[in-house]
Ligand binder design. Sequence first.
Ligand SMILES: [Zn+2]
Length: 231
Amino acid sequence: MRGEALLLAMWEGALGRRGAQREQALLDATPRSLPERNLLALRRYAQLFGPAAELVGHCAHCGATVEFMIDAGQYAGALAQDAAGNDAGETRWHELEAGNGATPRFRLPVPADLHALDAFDDPDAFAEALLARCVDGGMPADAETRDAISRRMEALLPGALLSFSLHCPDCGGTWNAPLDPLELLWRELRLRVERLLSDIAALARGFGWSERDILELGPMRRAAYLQLLAA
Ligand SMILES: [Zn+2]
């Protein structure tokens, strides 16, 4: 399957599903680690839509909307090394020597953690909940230990949680915006399919053709017929 038929099948498989099921529908694979999940999603994006991905962030200081672009293909290339270097799916405990003599234990986050935290929209609340899941005995009380564990996790599992350093043109503030490549892929897919379905509906109404006939026309001829309808 390829082209528009593939987009429609992916969209149908992912619609109304969340977590692991949506991941499977979009990636056609079950990634064992977070770097692998991010890598597969970025590769898929670049294959389907081309390397340039437009992203929108909101300034953490003044709320202004900031648009920026990433090269999904190049990004995937950089992540490939990270994903190859770590032990996918490892679940052992790591120990942190905290300054106060305590040694909290933590494990590295896996895709199942993201599935369980699907409902979190706020990045800070998400980060806290993720840490609470991964630390033995739950969230450490002091902020210093929490930061130290987060930093150690990032060092042990590069490419797991992606973020961008953004600069606001309005107020000059800087902040870190998280990026979930699977969400990026899903958003773009939905946008394309919604546009395609709306074109199909317009042509079906205008000419009485079936969905299959309209898809077989291909994008160029479809666009030409849509112009005729609008004329
Ligand atoms: Zn700002």
